[in-house]
Design a protein around this ligand. Structure first.
Ligand code: SAH
Length: 467
């Protein structure tokens, strides 16, 4: 399997210092599963390419680990597909560069360089889309060339194998960290190594980007090969680190763009402020996810109770851990409740609140579920104040990769323009006796509005029937 890394930042020969490998030499390294070779097909001031060629001996692997455990047979794709073996090779051969150490040129370590990583073959069983979902949110231009199953018989269709190019202006250590974590995620095949020490390695290599990656949970689960206890611990630790940055859980990665203040945090404070202005003391957070808003609201002593509801048990479990419900005093613990349920079903537990927050949730509903949602919240539960936030699709062109009409998050069923959101909000007011004020959250782009839109609905004491 072959990885090449090309730098076009002059003097491009700096790449040799950072990798701790001299461009004029061919070097060979022994690996637990074969051999690694490093050489430079090109080395000039304009452009320098380093190649890591990893040779795997599949026969000895099968002998060592047994059939059926890692390798089903002597004939398999392990020798050429960049997988967890490539990750291990990166860590062994380019370990200092991965950890951001350079004895000779420590000034270069944090410098973004114009880099292209090319992997001759990766396996992506969920197609090109999965490659893009992993690498685009962290800033790569992705080129994937699919290979047919059989060159002569086009009708056999495409194989899961791609040649992958990733281009970005990033420090080399970040590029290596991204590859180190994401190559084993792409590859469906079991690693021969997964134990607790992997959590530390994952968190170290994922520092600064994994916490806010929209595919974070999938990445962690697949990196740790679905070993539940390891995955839970890793996510807990990521969330703990994450909390201080205010990014996170579903953290719609693209949301954060280049803005100095992550959009998540701006959104949270706009919502908290509106709830305080409304004087709400009993607050319902529907689609509470991992409980970030709940945590913020509990800081305000005039809030007597916050109830979080979500359809996802896993999200609620994470909310409980994140909020440390187990460690709370009785008095604190009584201020919070978490419940599982769907906002598309009538539910008595939703009644009796001063205010409800529906933060970045409606776009996760199928369009046909909006009518039952509207009835459940505005028709039946009827809190005095309802705050709804959702992406403003007009702003998407500002996120380069979304100029093509795609959504900010994989699970979004729709994203609305300001006019669409306003139309929906006005119709709700008309049908259920509310008034709405619409606001933008985040820096406005001329003609496009802000990245997030927020509707603050207030019950005006009438219903459609009474008017
Ligand atoms: N409000 C949170 C989470 C937003 S992500 C925050 O801002 O951080 C959207 C959340 O809505 C997810 O946790 C998802 O599980 C939840 N959700 C999606 N459909 C739902 C439904 N029908 N009922 C309740 N929750 C739902």
């Amino acid at each position: 399997m072959l990885l090449t890394i090309t730098s076009s930042t002059k003097p491009a020969s700096d790449l040799g210092f950072l990798l701790h490998k001299h461009p004029a030499r061919v070097q060979e390294f022994s690996l637990p599963f074969g051999r690694g070779h490093v050489f430079y097909p090109r080395a000039s001031e304009e452009q320098t390419t380093a190649a890591l060629l990893v040779e795997i001996d599949p026969v000895s692997l099968v002998r060592r680990y047994g059939r059926g455990s890692i390798l089903n047979d002597y004939v398999n794709d392990r020798p050429f597909v960049a997988s967890s073996f490539m990750s291990v090779a990166i860590a062994r051969v380019f370990g200092s560069a991965l950890r951001g150490k350079s004895d000779e040129r420590s000034d270069l370590v944090d410098q973004p360089m114009s880099l292209t990583a090319r992997l001759a073959v990766v396996a992506s069983f969920h197609g090109e889309g999965a490659l893009r979902r992993l690498f685009e949110p962290i800033g790569y231009r992705v080129t994937a060339v699919a290979h047919p199953l059989n060159e002569r018989f086009a009708s056999w269709g495409e194989s899961p194998y791609y040649t992958l190019s990733l281009e970005a202006d990033v420090p080399l250590k970040e590029l290596l960290g991204h590859l180190y974590v994401l190559l084993p995620v792409l590859d469906g095949v079991k690693h021969y190594w997964v134990d607790e020490s992997e959590i530390d390695k994952l968190l170290r290599a994922g520092e600064g980007w994994l916490g806010a990656h929209p595919e974070r949970d999938t990445i962690v689960r697949r990196y740790l090969k679905s070993q539940r206890s390891l995955t839970d611990e890793a996510l807990d630790r990521l969330l703990a680190e994450d909390g201080s940055r205010g990014e996170g859980p579903t953290g719609d990665g693209a949301d954060d763009g280049d803005s100095p203040t992550p959009l998540n945090r701006l959104r949270m404070s706009a919502v908290v402020e509106q709830l305080a202005q409304a004087g709400a003391s009993r607050i319902l957070d529907v689609g509470c996810g991992e409980g970030r808003l709940i945590g913020e609201l509990l800081k305000d002593q005039s809030v007597t109770h916050v109830a979080g509801m979500d359809v996802s048990i896993a999200a609620l479990q994470r909310a409980a851990r994140r909020l440390k419900l187990d460690e709370m005093s009785h008095r604190q613990r009584d201020r919070v409740s978490l419940m599982q349920g769907s906002l598309t079903y009538r539910d008595r537990r939703l009644a009796g609140f001063d205010a409800a927050a529906v933060i970045e949730v409606i776009e996760h509903l199928d369009p046909w579920q909006l009518a039952p949602f509207e009835q459940v919240l505005f028709g039946d539960a009827r809190p005095g104040t309802v705050i709804v936030t959702t992406p403003n699709s007009e702003y998407n062109v500002e996120y380069n990769r979304l100029g093509d009409g795609s959504h900010r998050h994989l699970d979004h069923r729709f994203e609305w323009s300001r006019a669409e959101f306003s139309g929906w909000a006005q119709a709700i007011c008309h049908r259920h006796g509310y008034r709405v004020d619409l606001h933008g959250i985040g820096a406005e782009a001329p003609g496009l509005g802000s990245p997030t839109q927020m509707g603050v609905f207030r019950a005006d004491g009438t219903t459609a029937e009474s008017r």
